[in-house]
Design a protein. Sequence first.
Lengths: 246, 160, 391
Amino acid sequence: MDKQRRQFLKQACWTLLGSGLMVSGTISLPRAVAAASGRQHRYAFLVDTHKCIGCGRCVAACRKENRVPPESYRTWVERYVVSQEGTVSVDSPHGGEQGFPALSAQHNIARAFFVPKLCNHCKEPNCVQVCPVGATYVSKDGFVLVDERQCVGCGYCIQACPYGARFMNTVRHTADKCTWCFHRVTKGMLPACVLVCPVGARQFGCIDDPTSPLAAVLRTEKLQVLKPETGNEPMVHYRGLDKEVR
Amino acid sequence: MKHAGHVIRLAVVLIVLGVAFFAVRSVMVPEGFGTHHSYTYGYFRAASEQEQASLAPVYRGSDKCRGCHEAQHANWSQGKHVSVACETCHDSWQAHNNNTKEKVVKDSSIHACMLCHATLTGRPETFPQIDTIERHVAAKGKEYQPGTTCIACHQPHNPI
Amino acid sequence: MTELITKGFLFPNDIEVHWSLMIVLYPYITGLVAGAFIVSSLYHVFGRTELKPVAKFSLVAAFSFLMFACTPLLFHLGHPERAFNIMFTPKFTSAMSGFGYIYSFYLLLVLCEIWFVFREDIIRKVRETRGIVKACYWVLALGSLDDSEEARRLDHSITSVLAAIGIPSACVLHGYVGFLFGSLKSNPWWSTPLMPVIFLMSAIVSGIAILIVGYFIVMKVRGTDPDAACLQSLYKYLWGFFIIDLTLELLELLTMVYEGEESWAIIAWLLKDKLWFSYTTVQMLICSGIPLVLLGLVSLKPMDSLMRNRLGLISSALILLQVFAMRWNVVVGGQLFSKSLRGLTSYTPDVIGRESIVMAAILFIMPFVVMYVFNLILPLWNKDQPESTTV
């Protein structure tokens, strides 16, 4: 009786183990899922610091378009003032949303300029690499997006972004950031910030068509990106990115 | 292994826990969750892309305004402010269209123009800027009347 | 919300500190777990018989802290109700994703080890009690009352195996946290290959320190003397591991100073300004310098047990503070400067609230409550059996 019971137990254990492994094997290993859409374009963003006037219309439009909570910024503008002696002062009052105040004291200014910033939608974003639950990802078209239904709000991606582009959405309690207005681009529109810029300092377009103007600019002009040493391959390109800009 | 009965019992408990966990997991993982193009960068819930794409736009672009404001649109497209979208100064289509009976946002104060055209360190020198409206009017050889705004001489849609 | 004091230029999204006191507390608690477990394993695997008096205590301490290890994280998450996503859809390219499975595996391992270590006592309780209590103990014994010599020997060898597996597991449980910080290229205060080792060494140190303090207090409350040989051994291990820990921490700083990379300017400002008190004064001068000397005296110089225990206790308390300060300086310190490398912000935890000082204190005290309750169910020291260093 003892031996039979032991045999039964043994068999039961193996059965349970086997079925457990089978069940887990079919759902735990990451498997390739059919593509959500057949779209496959590559986009890029171009910022021209020679043109930006620091009016802040882009920041204001983004806030309305994307319901960005106060004190958080999907995009912002920085002002750099370099004196003749080489001292640098940088400011971004409320992200530049209401423009910039006149400088209080006019030092000997060697050069001054505005630099719009936004999410760079890197090709190899380390913010996506560090998400523990698969809530942020790169879409087939290269947009770096956040699944707000999946995000647990741990904040690791916010720490990881080298550019300060991410923030914690205080309404949804999930990570949030500029999406290059994915919901607009997929309808054939331009991102809101590009639309409202009065001087054309922001440009956006599809670059997998080699004849598109933006593709030509990216190929032939000498442009810069922010923090290339990260290896993230940011896709926001800059004209006139000064060495003082981080 | 005569005295290993208690070890077997523990093993059974653990295995049951393990199977129960994976059973629960198979129910809880959302539909379409998996690796889409790369594990590092493309491990996500498939439906999320569509959800993001289906958000409603707030700004619609100047072509949309043309439908009701043909005259202003025509005037605008011939002038220097053609690079400035309608919604840059007049707020979004959504804000206006929801109150179609109300007039579109129209800020005629100096501030609306000075936001871009005030002299400000950092602005490109080729960009038209003025210090104050008084000095600008004086520079044009005219007499400044207190309370004058920019629109006294400049059409906002076609300013020069 | 307390006023934020910012200096210089920060990116607008960098002004607020996201990883709060709760994220300082989490590695502190898992550090205590790893350290306590290592002490337990020093006895069960490496045969340090002088540590027998604290072997059960350290194992239960590891378990108690492990029970509450995930609570600071749950209090921090934006969506704690989705916390299980880390077990359902983990993405293993993220160091943080390891948390779900590593933590669960380690919790089960410690639970199993406790079960095997306490089986004798559970079976005795089944025999000594009646009614519902007897039934509860019977369930705890999984219905097996086999406490024969062979069963005990089997339990003993299984315990050794579990303790042996548990050592690398404890290292991974705490090491992954270090890697979580150390692998982040965007933060120059965190990014270093030394981080997992620094975290692990300071974890071991904090675990030994809390065992010393805990063992001492419990013995005093019970009215018995703590085992002198056990304490002396713990003091020596504490000193040894602390030397390694401090060396690594200083090496990291020294390398940063020497290399003088672009980020050094803002980090130097950080250390002189926002971290002057918590890093230079508390972590280094007071809580590293003093224990280093005192423990050296305790380990090398012959002295009467009263003096030895006084110095040893002071050192242990200071080290517990040092490790907490280290966690604070790493976690919070790394967020006090902007990615612009041009500005500093401030952080003051709330007094009450979800991620507050009071909450942190409660979560830190709870493991001691667990230990107390555990002791009521299964005594950590048997009154009738004298404390002995023989197996």
